[in-house]
Ligand binder design. Structure first.
Ligand SMILES: Cc1cc2nc3c(=O)[nH]c(=O)nc-3n(C[C@H](O)[C@H](O)[C@H](O)COP(=O)(O)OP(=O)(O)OC[C@H]3O[C@@H](n4cnc5c(N)ncnc54)[C@H](O)[C@@H]3O)c2cc1C
Length: 377
């Protein structure tokens, strides 16, 4: 086992830190307050070569491993968790699905610009009656001639409206829903793809979250991703990897909150003493535990080993850690912790969301226990 980072990993972490402090930190509070998505930040991430970090260089990616990718999400989220989830959904969900299931033509047409950062990706699974129970989806895709016609709606789509490439899951058959689910690539601008209003959220407010409606939206056969009936599997496998991104995001949130507390403690005469030291050392311990679980899952993914259980464990632990660390951060800062300028109140709101998306933590417990049981039989 190796617990050291390569020089490349150390360099990229330092570069992301510099980028985040210079390009994201100055506007992080204002973007949160006004729910402003800043495309310029994504463009900057693309220019740095981080929008397709784990994909091969031959397709426009960075050729890095998933561990390095997790470090990047963590460092971005340490300053701005909204940017962290924007890149995580783009990479782990949208781009991953095309990288893994796409034809060569689909990779050239869609993955290349996603990896190069000239296009942004989104992932559309959730509906009004299918959140945790994703198999209950109602959006349909009817095969008509040389096209599929999509009808229905998807909710809470991260990057919605801003993204150019949408991975959409819809029912194509009459069998039990999960066996009839098929994945599609739908481009922004297709007739019948309608963007709804933006959600006014508790946290990660500067990432956009909107409803998408499909009203007779026709996509060519060539936009089907994978075989008919494989959609549910694609959706679930995407989420396995996505959870590593959310665990990295949550780790970054915890670290960001601890950074803020330490800065406050260093500049405040009212803090210090044994209570303070006990709190910050426990916070650091829990953050480090989340980091190691996250990196382990990312490392396994990069090595081609099974990672579903490790990803769910990392997501469960890191998101709970983030909420607990942020609650302590607010408490330690007293009334100042309740003010916008403290930053810790934003981290707390952002942390809460990590317990909900890409499978709530109740669902993570089900995933983990099922995998444990299957391992023991
Ligand atoms: C900011 C944000 C961004 C998002 N981005 C996306 C996106 O890009 N794409 C996308 O498709 N979706 C997205 N989502 C949706 C997200 O994945 C869902 O909110 C999540 O899956 C939970 O679904 P739900 O909200 O409908 O909750 P529900 O499924 O209605 O669950 C409500 C409560 O019941 C619990 N529960 C449900 N079933 C069980 C069970 N079997 N056992 C125990 N407890 C259970 C849940 O844990 C939860 O506490 C986003 C959500 C948010 C908040």
């Amino acid at each position: 086992m190796h617990f050291s980072y390569t020089q490349d990993q150390q360099d990229i972490r330092a570069q992301v830190r510099t980028f985040a402090l210079a390009k994201m930190e100055p506007t992080s509070e204002e973007r949160d307050e006004y729910e402003r998505f800043d495309r310029g930040i994504y463009d900057g991430i693309g220019e740095m070569g981080w929008s397709g970090l784990p994909w091969p260089q031959a397709i426009g990616g960075g050729g890095y491993d998933f561990l390095t990718y997790a470090m990047v999400i963590e460092e971005l989220s340490r300053i701005c968790p909204s940017t962290g989830v924007m890149l995580s959904v783009h990479t782990s969900l949208a781009s991953w699905a095309i990288h893994t299931y796409g034809t060569e033509a689909q990779k050239q047409q869609y993955l290349r610009p996603l990896a190069q950062g000239t296009k942004l990706g989104a992932y559309c699974l959730t509906e009004s009656d299918s959140g945790s129970d994703a198999g209950a989806m109602r959006t349909t895709a009817t095969h008509v001639g040389d096209a599929y016609v999509l009808n229905g709606s998807k909710l809470f789509v991260t990057n919605g409206g801003e993204a150019e490439v949408y991975i959409v899951f819809a029912i194509t058959g009459t069998q039990k829903e999960t066996k009839s689910c098929t994945a599609f690539i739908v481009e922004k601008g297709r007739e019948g793809l309608i963007f709804g209003t933006k959600e006014n959220k508790l946290g990660i407010r500067s990432s956009t979250t909107i409803e998408l409606r499909f009203e007779g939206c026709s996509v060519p056969l060539g936009n089907r991703l994978g075989p008919e009936g494989e959609g549910f599997r694609i959706a679930m496998r995407s989420l396995d990897g996505g959870r590593i991104g959310i665990a990295a995001q949550a780790t970054g949130i915890g670290q960001g909150a601890l950074d803020a507390v330490l800065a406050y403690g260093a500049g405040s005469g009212s803090l210090g003493g044994e209570q303070f030291y006990a709190h910050v050392s426990e916070m650091a311990t829990h953050i480090e535990a989340a980091r190691q679980l996250t990196y382990q899952a990312a490392w396994r993914k990069g090595k081609g080993l099974s990672y579903g259980k490790q990803a769910a464990i990392a997501k469960l632990f890191a998101s709970d850690m983030a909420v607990n660390v942020c609650l302590r951060a607010v408490q330690l800062c007293g009334v100042w912790g309740c003010l916008k300028e403290s930053k810790v109140e934003r981290y707390l709101r952002d942390a809460k969301v990590t317990q909900i998306y890409e499978g709530t933590n109740e669902i993570q417990r089900i995933v983990i226990s099922r995998l444990l049981l299957s391992e023991s039989t």
